[in-house]
Every structure is written in C-alpha cells, then in structure tokens.
Design a protein around this ligand. Structure first.
Ligand SMILES: [Zn+2]
Length: 131
C-alpha cells in the first residue's frame, strides 16, 4: 500500500526545514499543534511513528510489505507509546487511529509514488518528485 515516510529529500528547500526523524520511517500528517505553530515549526511537521520526532519533508512510497492492519497497528503503537490513548475509551481510540490512517490514505491518494510533500497546518502539498 502507499504510505508516507520520512525523507531528507527536499530538506533545505523551504526556510525552517527540519528533519529529526529516522530516514524512511512511517510518518503521519496529523499532529497536535501548539499556539505558535509557525515559529515553533509544529505546523509544518510530519511526526514519525517510530521515533516520535518530526520532519518537514515526507515522501509517498509504495510498500508491499505493509498492509492496512499493519499501518493501523503502527499508528496505534505510536499513539500508545506517546500517551495519546490515555483516558480514551475503545471507540475513541479506534476513531483517533482511523483519523491518522485516513489522513495518510488521503495524502497518498493525491500524489504519485516518489512525490516529496510538505505540510502547512491542515494542507499537504507537493514539494518535489524524486528522480
Ligand atoms: Zn508548536
């Protein structure tokens, strides 16, 4: 399936770019933003599901080894580890995990494999296409 992964490709192409993720790890376009997302940078980041760090550049890739249930589990595992599922009932947990899953699916549906994307709050746009 198509998923979003952290990439250093395109880093430096926009002012304020940062990459603290592990190259190639799964990322999500959803994050909780603080009250100053522009200066802080959280409004432009894709959180890494493994590292819990973020990057401003993500790539759409096709991974035959990842099935939808595995992506859901990776999302759930990341949210659980970082404490985002605490205090939620089972239905709320499922809803939060599905929100991440759907956002990843929607972004991937909108861009060809190899496209590097950036995020600006709720908007994800094309930054470059890998050669
Ligand atoms: Zn912030």
């Amino acid at each position: 399936m198509k998923v979003l992964v952290a990439t250093k490709s395109g880093q430096g192409g926009a002012s304020g770019d940062y990459s603290s993720t592990v190259e190639g790890e799964l990322v999500t376009p959803i994050t909780v933003e603080c009250c100053s997302p522009e200066s802080c940078g959280c409004g432009r980041g894709f959180p890494g599901l493994a590292s819990s760090r973020a990057t401003t550049t993500a790539m759409v890739v096709s991974r035959d080894d990842i099935q939808p249930n595995q992506l859901r589990e990776a999302i759930a595992s990341s949210l659980r580890r970082d404490g985002w599922l605490k205090g939620l009932n089972q239905a709320e947990r499922r809803e939060l995990i599905q929100a991440h899953f759907s956002a990843i699916e929607q972004v991937c549906a909108g861009f060809a494999v190899g496209t590097v994307v950036g995020r600006n709050n709720a908007f994800v746009s094309r930054r470059a296409v890998a050669a």
